[in-house]
Ligand binder design. Structure first.
Ligand code: GLU
Length: 261
């Protein structure tokens, strides 16, 4: 009897720990997908005039949550905090305009690439520069935790980088003439230029490759599979293309890969 009891206790521990170890099961038992998204990076994640958190990343998460049979819950992350927030389990997933870099893949895992961008430059309309080469000795605003600072230094070693915590602070500094440009992914730059009513413009052509992946907890292959399958379902059923058009105003120039069933 004692032995049977001990066996059941051990079995119970094994089963609960196996359960708790599987993020997909945890999320489904909880009924909620905790997603980290940007509040400052339109059109991927931002707060609209009505105070709602919206964007391409938000809509994709809503779709993924539905596929997992759970409700999405959004938490703000920044370029600087997103990886740590996935690592600590504060969020299950970060859909936050995040470039999938080999270096970033050490502490966490990534989904398949779901958007393809490249770094660009936003400047005031009177700026004479034609490309990143013209920013030697100039002050360029970049965001902490983003790929942009290191990327810019590589192509223009004499640039003076000015670091900001969040994107709106960089825009404000650009408006006030405290910096000569802001550099980050093209889609954000183009969105800012468009919304600025002629105040800002985009300089030159994108000069890096920034494939976006969603950050997920390390070694959770069931969860990562489920999210990857959901992203691919969105492409298969046309939701991805519809959301792309909704947020970027064009047809996708490249689709995420879709594995045959
Ligand atoms: N995609 C780039 C990065 O992951 C820049 C955009 C951002 O700050 O999220 O660093």
């Amino acid at each position: 009897m004692k032995k049977l009891f001990a066996f059941l206790v051990v079995l119970g521990m094994f089963l609960t720990s196996a359960n708790a170890d599987d993020l997909l099961k945890t999320v489904q038992n909880r009924g909620v997908l905790k997603a980290g998204v940007k509040y400052d990076f339109p059109p991927f994640g931002f707060v609209n005039a009505k105070g709602q958190v919206v964007g391409f990343d938000i809509d994709l998460i809503k779709y993924i949550a539905k596929k997992l049979g759970v409700k999405p819950e959004f938490t703000q992350v920044t370029s600087k905090t997103r990886i740590a927030m996935v690592q600590s389990g504060t969020v299950d997933i970060a859909a936050a305009s995040m470039t999938h870099k080999v270096k970033r893949d050490l502490p966490i895992d990534f989904t398949i690439s779901y958007y393809f961008d490249g770094q660009s430059i936003l400047a005031r309309k009177d700026c004479k520069a034609k490309s990143y080469k013209d920013f030697s000795g100039k002050r360029v605003g970049v965001i902490q935790g983003a790929t942009s600072g290191d990327n810019f230094k590589k192509v223009c070693p004499k640039v003076k980088l000015v670091y900001f915590q969040e994107y709106p602070q960089a825009i404000m500094a650009l408006k006030r003439g405290k910096i000569d440009a802001v550099s980050t992914d093209y889609t954000w730059c183009a969105t800012q230029a468009k919304n600025s009513h002629g105040q800002f413009k985009v300089i030159g052509k994108p000069f890096t490759f920034e494939p976006y992946g969603m950050g997920v907890r390390e070694n959770e292959s069931n969860f990562r599979d489920a999210v990857n399958f959901a992203i691919q379902d969105a492409v298969r059923d046309g939701t991805y293309q519809r959301l792309y058009k909704k947020w970027f105003g064009t047809e996708p120039n490249r689709l995420p890969e879709v594995w045959p069933k």
